[in-house]
Design a protein around this ligand. Structure first.
Ligand code: NAD
Ligand code: TYD
Length: 328
């Protein structure tokens, strides 16, 4: 297949591109290269790169030329940034998804939207299914939910072959260190404080990035048009358990490193995703959390060339804005 992968320079997109190219696909990447988009994520991976935004119709037309299907990862992805400044989330998820859908409709292409379990909101017990109502809490998840609804409308109204893939929290190599796991790993490696929001008992359903990338591939190849597929990880953990495991893996003292800080506004308590539907397509998560976390810590330890330019750049300002007051 020749695939257009939007947002392919980001964390999950680049892992997806690497797996698909290794499997024989030809890939065009369209990416705006925001702070989270890193060309080095695709180092050594054969692909065609188009630098541009999904909300730019001329770049989309250039990138979509001659492809068989579109997979859209392009997004603003950090909840804390969506609380501080929601505009880019509205633009990319709303207008960007619309421009991509129109271009795919014109060319009658199969279209996969990469989405998140956060569109369902928080669940105290049990797990969300694809039929669960959408109840997003943050500007991030609300705009992602809006994009999902727009995608569904292009199936119902125009007969576009759309699919939606909702993943749970991903972790693994190449994740920008604003998210829980890479932030805590890099801070622990540097002996910096580990800022745990609230009581640390929020629960996330962890999915190793390569498992999600393969799940999206299954949906692309075998999914039924018009359907939604949840892709959840095999393990659920409280944040404090995750942070303590990281301290144990990196070395250091829990008491000296862990710092409980003011909670995130609108903080979802628990995510849990049922994945029976994608399992019926032949997908299964292969990496349990303990193994995936060890692999992730090892990757950050061994790849300072990747994170050093990030930690010394704009990230410093972001970190100061987000954590300066919280950590005193
Ligand atoms: P990321 O922030 O690492 O990467 C996002 C990529 O999109 C970057 O390369 C960025 O440059 C690009 N981008 C942003 N706005 C763009 C625009 N307007 N036009 C073109 N490119 C643009 O994100 P990620 O963690 O890899 O997430 C990828 C997708 O998976 C997102 O849609 C996200 O909602 C979804 N998702 C993420 C997780 C997770 O835990 N990270 C879980 C489930 C679903
Ligand atoms: P995050 O990685 O931002 O993913 P999401 O909010 O999209 O699930 O956060 C994961 C969990 O970790 C979430 O409950 C918030 C918490 N968290 C902290 O306690 N401290 C931090 O510095 C960050 C970034 C997150």
């Amino acid at each position: 297949m020749k695939l257009l992968v939007c947002g392919g320079a980001g964390f999950i997109g680049s892992n997806f591109v690497r797996i698909r190219v290794a499997g024989g696909d030809e890939v065009v990447v369209l990416d705006k290269l925001t702070y989270a988009g890193r060309e080095e994520n695709l180092k050594g991976v054969e692909h065609t790169f188009v630098h541009g935004a999904i909300e730019d119709p001329s770049k989309v037309a250039e990138a979509m030329d001659g492809v068989d299907a579109v997979v859209n990862f392009a997004a603003e992805t950090h909840v804390d940034r969506s609380i501080a400044d929601p505009m880019a989330f509205v633009r990319t998820h709303g207008e960007g998804t619309y421009i991509l859908l129109e271009a795919a409709r014109e060319r009658k292409l199969r279209y996969v939207q990469v989405s998140t379990d956060e569109v369902y909101g928080s669940i105290a017990e049990g797990s969300f299914t694809e039929e669960s109502p959408l109840a997003p809490s943050s500007p991030y998840s609300a705009t992602k939910a809006g994009a999902d609804l727009l995608v569904g409308s292009y199936f119902d109204t125009f007969g576009l072959e759309t699919l939606i893939c909702r993943g749970s929290n991903n972790y693994g190599p190449n994740q920008y260190p604003e998210k829980l796991i890479p932030l805590m790993v890099l801070n622990a490696l540097h002996g910096d404080k580990l800022p745990v929001y609230g009581d640390g008992l929020n629960v996330r359903n962890w999915l190793f990035v390569e498992d999600f990338a393969r799940g999206i591939g299954h949906v692309l190849e075998h999914g039924v048009a018009g359907e939604v597929y949840n892709v959840g990880g095999p393990d659920e953990e409280t944040n404090i358990t995750v942070v303590k495991r990281i301290v144990a893996a990196v070395g250091g003292s829990e008491d000296e490193l862990i710092s409980y800080v003011t909670d995130r506004p609108g903080h979802d308590r628990r995510y849990s995703l049922g994945s029976e539907k994608v399992r019926a397509l032949g997908w299964e998560a292969q990496v349990r959390f303990a193994e995936g976390l060890d692999r992730t810590v090892a990757w950050y330890r061994d790849n300072a060339w990747w994170w050093e330019p990030i930690r010394s750049g704009d990230y410093r300002e972001y970190y100061e804005r987000q954590y300066g007051t919280k950590l005193g």
